[in-house]
Write a protein that binds this ligand. Sequence first.
Ligand code: HMG
Ligand code: MG
Length: 305
Amino acid sequence: MTADAHAHAARADAVRIVEVGPRDGLQNEKAMIATADKIALIERLAATGLGTVEATAFVSPKWVPQMADAAEVYTGIAKREGVRYPVLVPNLQGYERARAVGVTEIAVFGAASEAFSKANINASIAESLERFAPVLDAAKRDGVAVRGYVSTVLGCPYQGEVPVREVVRVAKALQAMGCYEISLGDTIGVGTPRKARAMLEAVAGELPMAALAVHFHDTYGQAVANVAACLEAGVRVVDAAVSGTGGCPYAKGASGNVATEDIVYLLDGMGFSHGVDLDAIIETGRWLSARLGRDSMSKVNRAKP
Ligand code: HMG
Ligand code: MG
């Protein structure tokens, strides 16, 4: 983290924003984005004060061609002192590719729904946890920090309802394996505030709230409200993507992540510190929208003159 990010993270009213735009945002883009543009985006994001920018994914390029240039992207970033640049890793092969270019923080990604797990990573939940175990072991050996995602925590595109007890079970399993933080993902953006809060509280009944993050997609326009409800319930880590880009190629109908600009505005309004410069993140969102050739999904970005 930057000195500013460190200073604000020490405060009880501080929220850490995990920027996922370069990964979750760009993995679903139909047009191929130039590697140089991805690098420029990450550098611009890190310059806004964000302490964590998820940079790319070392997944199979056959499954997600948009992330095929993961190694080039990661090595191309002029890394800012104190900023963390985690990457997604699905298996040992991805871990080795990531380590070969010096990655120091990764994220593994499981799901609370069997059907989504199969569609996204071609494994049952149990198989996925088995697959993560050697990755976590290697990471521990190498001193690499590991975050864990649980997807489909409020609904699945294939099986519909997802029992909260499954979310709790997978979150606990990832934490027991050594993930320092569990990000709870409403992959298809179907959640509403009370349900989101109840899900978070169920997980927080078993794991420390300080080890949890929330990750909302805005498919039904509920993401900001869901984040607000979860902040009120005590969560202090929020995933967001600049300009509201995003979606998962294996979650039909999933639209963008909650926009970072909108989260910064929300946090300012609720009195939380976050270390991010609103004007700079808006500017970065506009730069990305121009690159992608479409309007920003961020309401704040559109509203600000
Ligand atoms: P598989 O086909 O079962 O894997 O895919 P495999 O082990 O049988 O390998 C098949 C081929 O892929 C082989 O190549 C491997 O070498 C290669 P071939 O012999 O055919 O030439 N391969 C790899 N290549 C590069 N890097 C690797 C890698 N692994 C295998 N790491 C696998 C299984 C997990 C690999 C695949 O399903 C995959 O990559 N899935 C990733 C899907 C993905 O990235 N989804 C989006 C991210 S999740 C998300 O967005 C949700 C989240 O945002 C939270 C939320 O919103 O809720 C996190
Ligand atoms: Mg996502």
